[in-house]
Ligand binder design. Structure first.
Ligand code: 5RP
Length: 214
């Protein structure tokens, strides 16, 4: 299903495309499929060291966002998505660079299998990237919001930071919660992607791939 969603998203790549590439197992299929449309891609920017390595193995030269400017298209997976195209991301720990690329793109496309589509965000623990010295402080703030923070031990982000996974949050208003948590000192990035939601979702089931636009 992940492969079908990834292949369907290729239809959005137009000649001259400045492309952003996300991170994760669904995106791995997308990178594999990119070989077929390579001539359409003028520049590619990556959201993680892992995806950079995959892109280079596939024969792409990966550019720096500072050199490329605004991207035409950013394609990534998600851990959860709603019909409002709000997301939880960061299961792979790449949320900060992913959020930067999503914001820096004209179009943000998410490729998921149907198990990721939910009524309410929050069953999947919400990742938060934190400055290491603020980990306990940020965790206490999460407890005040009735979340249960768990430090993702033995994991360091590509930016040298740590990740807390927050369980059992009731995310009734994703944009409000994203903005509120963003204000906590020491938080680098919150895994709720709602103030800049996806523009398009490709949702794969066993039988077909459905597209949802905002
Ligand atoms: C990485 C992410 C991924 O997009 C998310 O975890 C989904 O991954 P997968 O495609 O492997 O299910 O946010 O930080």
């Amino acid at each position: 299903m992940k492969k079908s969603a990834a292949e369907e998203a290729l239809e959005l790549i137009q000649p001259g495309c400045l492309l952003g590439v996300g991170t994760g197992s669904t995106v791995k299929f997308f990178i594999e499929a990119l070989a077929g449309v390579k001539s359409h891609i003028d520049a590619v920017v990556s959201s993680s060291d892992a995806s950079t390595e995959l892109l280079e193995q596939a024969g792409f030269t990966v550019s720096n966002l500072n050199e490329v400017g605004t991207l035409d298209l950013y394609v990534d997976g998600a851990d959860e998505a709603t019909k409002h195209l709000h997301l939880i991301k960061g299961g792979g720990g790449a949320l900060t660079r992913e959020k930067i690329l999503a914001e820096a793109s004209r179009r943000f496309v998410c490729i998921i299998d149907e198990s990721k589509l939910v009524g309410l965000l929050g069953k999947f623990p919400m990742p938060v990237e934190v400055i290491p010295m603020a980990r306990s402080f940020v965790s206490r703030q999460m407890v005040k919001s009735r979340g249960q923070p768990v430090w993702r031990q033995d994991f360091v982000t590509d930016n040298g930071n740590q990740v807390i996974d927050v369980y059992n949050l009731k995310i009734m208003s994703p944009p409000e919660m994203e903005s509120r948590f963003n204000q906590i000192p020491g938080v680098v990035t919150v895994g709720i992607f709602a103030n800049r939601p996806a523009d398009t979702l490709y949702i794969a089931s066993r039988a077909s791939v459905r597209r949802m636009d905002r």
